[in-house]
Design a protein around this ligand. Structure first.
Ligand SMILES: C[S@@+](CC[C@H](N)C(=O)[O-])C[C@H]1O[C@@H](n2cnc3c(N)ncnc32)[C@H](O)[C@@H]1O
Length: 287
């Protein structure tokens, strides 16, 4: 059993409810089709394996571009502009988005009251994030807290209905077994009128760019995984999982089906493409 820092709250339910219902369903794990109940442990294995090299690999595999996308994501949301926010960053990993939210609120609006609860299913990823936050001014303040929990089944006692102003999830939702279950939980914890925002890899629409991107992804990224992290398979999974994620309009429709309002089905409406759709920001409002 991994021992967590005391301030990493454990919030894992003993029996995730979907296990009761999911015995005969299948889902994707990269390009493989697997029983739904196996995905969580396989994904956990991936992030256990990559946790210590995650930030380095993110920089190497995206040539630093993930930083620009994350900056654009948080700038779009303007946390702090209308006063302090209560935020939850789900699948928050090593805390990249949480740190940006707090920095943006402080640097742009002199806001030191916005808070972020970072939630992730993986204790190793959270531990990396916790260690990283120790070097920041937010450590040991009420502005940030870390919670080990499943995005699909957040404990109601800790993550109450109608309690957050902003829900963010970056490069996390495609790793979850059930996207609708994640969206349902997002809707539950947000206040009416509050914002859901997702940054995720998406579909590249230009065929030439798509071919070049595929060649880069499937040859270079697993190779970098081997060289920098000694782990080809986990990075192969990460690339494959991107291709299995729903296209922009399909994901926008899933968001609406969870009870959110979105803009129209186009770039600049329900979503904003980044780099021709390699990544994409989806925003929505809880009705
Ligand atoms: C690619 S990382 C993204 C981390 C961070 N948001 C970022 O942008 O750098 C995906 C994260 O999703 C987490 N994750 C996967 N399934 C999850 C689930 N069901 N509930 C919560 N977190 C989950 C993983 O543990 C991992 O930390």
């Amino acid at each position: 059993m991994l021992s967590l820092p005391r301030s990493l709250a454990r919030a894992r339910p003993l029996v995730p409810s979907r296990h009761i219902h999911s015995q005969h369903r299948t889902t994707s794990f990269g390009f493989k089709t697997i029983p739904e109940e196996s995905k969580e442990s396989l994904v956990k294995h991936v992030f256990d394996s990559v946790a210590s090299s995650y930030d380095l690999m993110n920089d190497a595999s995206s040539l630093g571009v993930h930083r620009l996308w994350k900056d654009a994501f948080v700038s779009t949301l303007k946390p702090g502009r209308k006063g302090p926010l209560r935020c939850i960053d789900v699948a928050g990993g090593t805390g990249d988005i949480a740190l940006r939210i707090l920095d943006h609120a402080r640097e742009s609006y002199a806001d030191r009251e916005t808070t972020v609860d970072v939630l992730d299913i993986n204790a190793h990823m959270l531990k990396e994030g916790f260690t990283r936050f120790k070097k920041t001014m937010y450590h040991n303040t009420p502005q940030v807290s870390f919670h080990e929990a499943n995005a699909q089944d957040m404990p109601h006692s800790l993550f109450k209905d109608d309690s957050y102003d902003l829900y963010t999830i970056a490069f996390g939702i495609r790793n979850c077994t059930s996207i609708p279950a994640v969206l349902k939980e997002a809707h539950r914890v947000l206040k009416p009128g509050a914002t859901f925002a997702c940054l995720e890899f998406s579909k590249v629409n230009n065929p030439l760019f798509s071919t070049l991107y595929d060649q880069y992804s499937f040859s270079i990224i697993p190779l970098m995984g081997t060289i920098l992290a000694g782990d080809r398979e986990s990075y192969q999974y990460l690339v494959e999982s991107i291709r299995k994620f729903p296209s922009q309009p399909v994901f926008a429709q899933m968001i609406r089906e969870a009870g959110f309002a979105t803009g129209g089905d186009r770039d600049g409406g329900a979503w904003t493409d980044l780099w021709g759709g390699i990544a994409c920001i989806h925003t929505a409002v809880k009705l």
